[in-house]
Design a protein around this ligand. Structure first.
Ligand code: ARG
Length: 717
């Protein structure tokens, strides 16, 4: 038998029998029912209540979801509390925007790092929130019992929305808590999470980017890895230890519990668990969806971003100020760009489409005589067929259009704010003024112009006219795109900070009408209109139908395999993943060991290459073997990999050992396995963590911030 088909059968068999060992992102309140036995078999020494308990302090009280005011339930990263005084560690890339916004040419904290000497030196980050989960509740029955088979999808959605709102309000009435209900298992179950959300989160420390982002976008998503991807924050609270808006009077938050740090070492085969806020996964997609993603969406989005990145990277190479301005933007454009490439490669390599098709055949056989399921797959096929052109057009509109050149999105947001203003006019002006200052601080017209030209070219080249907004088509006519761009930046108000500030200052409720003649605004509006008229209505309709199918599809899969324990796709709620520390073989003849060390940083050291230019101080520490106690077998460990099932949002999550002590911070996944958002494979999917001893080494030896080490509780046995 050929190796490929053997693998396919094995994979199919495993996914049929139950989840793979190590696969899954589990719900904390259900660990006792579904997982704890298995976890203990794998070496975990604590109980389910030690992880999640609502009557006494448990590990969950030390895990925080990092969010933003206005959208506090979307956790862009995870962090964990490591001292009685609210000290938090998360990733460097999670705090990157905060570090950047405190940086200037005089105080270049991105380049040089930042360490607050005293608490008074810690820097406020307006708008950043830290959520702590107070409790969870299964509210499935309360919601589903109110739906009837006679209801249309729309009625169902409205009913669910209304009940969720009621339940959320009732759950936190008279408290300072916030409740949020989310669908799980494609809407077959609902859980409510109740949070306490702290609003004063300060920056305590960050290593230089040459450590925190060592390897940069070159090494991103790759193993072996040598990134010290950590930063230090602190939560502040009011005098009563409750959430309070920023005030210099606030006090460090006193947590119910905090993570002890283990310095005893990490070995292959050790139990590990990751406790955090994974954002989105799609493990139950059909073959139609996977094929469309890997063959249409991903390749086009990758190509658009490649073009964008070529321009941004050249600008950053050319000038130190441009490097600061574009650092954060480049990192975020590059991050998904690279992930999509790894994902596409993995899906193809592991034949996910074929695997799904085989499963679907089995489903179809089972469902043949079941009215509610028998036509599901046929319906999927039809809908994905209709979706293909629309999703391609939407991808261009988003990637090359609205999020192509920055001037387009910026003009659009100013226009919309002025047009739709419902609040006090003065307040709107103040908000817009500060948004404008933020925007222009990191904006470069020449770079943006190059991006616009490239985006308009791609747009016109790769889509047929029926899918291209009028103004984008017009740009390619007459004198051509380059001349169009020259004229746009020449004439548009939005190319000039002073002009925009003046316009905002003098703005009246009529001003937006004048903006409609501005070329940047006109381009943005043409895209909006095109989206609203030619893409959104059909696409949204199809997506709604697909969502409804997804619910039945998963219900059917569960009914067909009653013995299998399913896990819910990630949805930015608190989850536990567990597995073991383990290397892997990316291809024939190669085995990657499970850890890296400081030696590897020195091997990569090259002052000529920006991503590999090691700070002199780190070179000196290495030369003098000034490692302190932070070694294993005489070497300073830097990163390690394990089989925990993680995704975006898990960044900064605590990686714990069998005793629930902190051994690392999750920050990435390894290239060969990033398709795990769609298909997890235990042979190859690995999460990457920075070893907590490297974090301590940098804080202690490089930053000389011993006072922070003293705040922590470090155990060595
Ligand atoms: N890949 C990691 C994540 O998805 C790290 C991203 C930040 N690092 C970078 N080099 N862009 O968030």
């Amino acid at each position: 038998m050929k190796k490929k088909s053997l693998l396919l059968i094995l994979a199919l068999w495993a996914s049929w029998i139950g989840c793979y060992a190590d696969e899954g992102m589990w719900i904390p309140m259900l660990l006792k029912k579904y997982n704890i036995e298995d976890m203990q078999k794998e070496g975990f020494k604590l109980t389910a209540e030690d992880i999640y308990d609502i009557n006494q302090a448990s590990l969950k009280d030390a895990v925080i979801g990092l969010g933003r005011e206005g959208q506090p339930f979307f956790h862009f990263c995870t962090g964990e509390i490591i001292s009685q005084e609210g000290l938090v560690v998360t990733n460097h890339h999670c705090a990157f925007d905060m570090i950047q916004s405190h940086s200037s040419l005089e105080h270049n904290y991105l380049r040089d790092g930042f360490w607050a000497k005293t608490k008074a030196d810690e820097l406020a980050n307006p708008g950043i929130t830290a959520s702590i989960l107070v409790r969870m509740e299964d509210v499935t029955d309360k919601i589903l019992s109110r739906l009837t088979p006679e209801m249309s999808e729309q009625e169902k959605n409205q009913t669910v929305k209304a009940i969720c709102k009621q339940l959320e309000t009732a759950a936190v009435q008279g408290t300072n808590l916030m409740a949020n209900i989310k669908p799980y298992f494609n809407g077959n179950q609902y859980f409510m999470s109740v949070f306490k959300i702290y609003k004063d989160v300060r920056l305590v420390g960050a290593p230089p980017s040459a450590i925190g982002k060592f390897g940069g976008d070159t090494d991103n998503w790759m193993w072996p890895r040598h990134t010290g991807d950590f930063s230090v924050l602190r939560i502040y609270a009011g005098a009563d230890n409750e959430p309070a808006a920023y005030s210099p009077e606030n006090k460090p938050y006193q947590p119910a519990t905090f993570f002890k740090i283990s310095a005893k070492g990490v070995n292959e085969g050790d139990f590990t668990m990751v406790f955090g806020y994974p954002g989105t996964t799609n493990e139950y997609l059909t073959s139609f969806a996977v094929a469309q993603l890997q063959d249409i969406e991903n390749p086009h989005k990758i190509a658009i971003r490649t073009a964008k990145l070529n321009i941004i990277n050249a600008a950053m190479e050319s000038d130190e100020l441009l490097r600061i301005k574009y650092a954060s933007k480049a990192a975020s454009v590059a991050n998904s760009w690279k992930k999509w490439q790894g994902e596409t490669k993995g899906l193809k390599r592991f034949n996910t489409v074929a695997l799904k098709q085989t499963q679907e055949k089995a489903f179809q056989n089972w469902a043949a005589d079941k009215k509610e399921y028998s036509s599901l797959l046929k319906q999927y096929e039809t809908l994905y067929g209709q979706r293909e052109k629309l999703i391609l057009a939407a991808s261009y509109l988003n990637e090359a259009g609205k999020r192509g050149a920055e001037i387009v999105a910026w003009a659009n947001s100013v226009y919309t704010a002025l047009k739709n203003n419902t609040q006090d006019w003065q307040r709107t002006k103040e908000q817009l003024t500060s948004a404008a200052r933020e925007f222009y601080k990191d904006y470069d017209v020449a770079t943006d112009r190059k991006i616009l030209v490239e985006m308009l070219q791609l747009y016109n080249r790769n889509l047929t006219p029926e899918w291209i907004p009028e103004e984008v088509q017009a740009a390619a006519r007459k004198k051509g795109i380059s001349a169009y761009a020259d004229a746009l930046y020449d004439k548009s108000l939005f190319a000039n900070e002073e002009d925009v500030l003046k316009m905002i200052e003098q703005a009246t409720p009529e001003t937006y009408k004048k903006l409609e003649k501005d070329p940047a605004c006109r381009l943005a509006l043409s895209m909006n209109v095109f989206y609203a008229e030619h893409i959104y209505p059909d696409l949204a309709g199809i997506e709604k139908e697909i969502t409804a199918l997804n619910q039945r599809w998963l219900a059917g899969l569960m009914e067909m395999q009653p013995e299998k324990t399913f896990y819910a796709d990630a949805n930015s709620t608190l989850r536990v993943a567990y597995g073991k520390v383990q290397g892997y073989s990316p291809c024939d003849g190669v085995y990657y060991q499970h850890y890296t060390t400081l030696n590897g940083i020195m091997e990569k050291d090259n002052p000529e290459i920006y991503d590999y230019n090691v700070p002199q101080k780190l070179r000196d520490l290495y030369k003098n073997k000034d490692f302190g106690p932070y070694t294993q077998n005489g070497e300073v460990p830097v990163c390690f990999i394990a089989t925990n099932h993680t995704t975006g949002g898990n960044s900064g999550s605590p990686v714990l050992n069998e005793e629930g002590h902190l051994i690392g911070l999750n920050f990435d996944r390894a290239w060969d396995g990033v398709m795990s958002d769609i298909q997890y494979d235990p042979e190859i999917c690995r999460n990457i963590s920075v070893d907590i001893r490297y974090v301590l080494f940098i804080i202690d030896k490089l930053a000389n911030a011993k006072h922070l080490i003293e705040e922590m509780e470090i155990v060595t046995d």
